[in-house]
Write a protein that binds this ligand. Structure first.
Ligand code: CO8
Length: 258
């Protein structure tokens, strides 16, 4: 792994973990941090020893948004000419699953990065919000789109137009997060989920992720057709033979990721 200044990376078995680490700025997402995050995720994604990734932050903040000091003086041309924020999208293009383990603030770009992950496990201390309206802008990396798909128009409008924060409990009730756990158990829970995913057959994990994501991009009938074709395709893998033989023989499968 490369040397990073704004993130920490580690592995736990087949799980790659990226910890956002700018404690003095509540993990505000500077250009350098986003570069490093995308680089580290890309390296884990390409590493055959890794089956799942986790992005996490600190106890106080997953991330308090894009770095406001860095963008405060940008002109229209600075933003448009450089396609400001375009690189962030790459967080959502990893092929292997990425879990966001969130405690504390996940605001603005922090909430958007969490929503680019495949699912969010939240500590009971987590607070989600899209407060860009307070700064005279709107979300810029998918907040109005992914939040609306996750929690529906009424709540998304409420969040985006008032800039209010949502508790972990409300976020789970609204469908933004998959589980809420006590803060002290957050990383254990996220690692357990990631290790479970990493223990499954990689071809079916990649297929499952891609197929669920199709639901956001296409019609129901096209999505179901896509799913069925991939389902059929998985019968060409050794792992399908192994998985089903193991069930019949009442033993644990031993997947070889092929
Ligand atoms: N950027 C830069 N620095 C930050 C940020 C941030 N987003 N958030 C916090 N910090 C810094 C503070 O300035 C402070 O620094 P210092 O100690 O040097 O004064 C330090 O982190 C600690 O913060 P606070 O003292 O404010 O801590 P509190 O516990 O009092 O408050 C809050 C915590 C409520 C999270 C508060 O810090 C806050 O409101 N932060 C800003 C949240 C926000 O507005 N986020 C959205 C940013 S915009 C964005 O992400 C959208 C991207 C798309 C934009 C498109 C533009 C074209």
């Amino acid at each position: 792994m490369a040397e990073y200044e704004t993130i920490l990376t580690e592995t736990d078995g087949a799980v790659g973990i990226v910890t956002l680490n700018r404690p003095k700025a509540l993990n505000a997402l500077s250009a350098q941090l986003v570069d490093e995050l995308v680089d580290a995720l890309g390296a884990f994604d390409a590493d055959p020893a890794i089956g799942c990734m986790i992005i996490t932050g600190s106890e106080k903040a997953f991330a308090a948004g894009a770095d406001i000091t860095e963008m405060a003086t940008k002109s229209f041309w600075d933003a448009f000419g450089d396609d400001f924020l375009a690189k962030w999208d790459r967080v959502g293009t990893m092929r292997k699953p990425v879990i966001a383990a969130v405690q504390g603030f996940a605001l603005g770009g922090g909430c958007e990065i969490a929503m680019m992950c495949d699912f969010i496990i939240a500590a009971d201390t987590a607070k989600f919000g899209q407060p860009e309206i307070n700064l005279g802008v709107i979300p810029g990396v998918g907040g109005t789109q992914r939040l609306t798909r996750a929690i529906g128009k009424a709540k998304a409008m409420d969040m985006v137009l008032t800039g209010r924060m949502m508790s972990a409990e409300e976020a789970e009730r609204s469908g933004l997060v998959s589980r809420v756990v006590p803060a002290a158990e957050l990383m254990d829970e996220a690692k357990k989920a990631a290790a479970t995913i990493a223990s499954r057959s990689l071809p079916s994990v990649l297929a499952g992720k891609e197929s669920v994501n199709r639901a956001f991009e296409t019609t129901l009938s096209e999505g179901c057709r896509f799913e069925r074709r991939i389902f059929h395709g998985l019968f060409a893998t050794d792992d399908q033979k192994e998985g089903m033989a193991a069930f019949v023989e009442k033993r644990k499968p031993s997947f070889r990721n092929r």
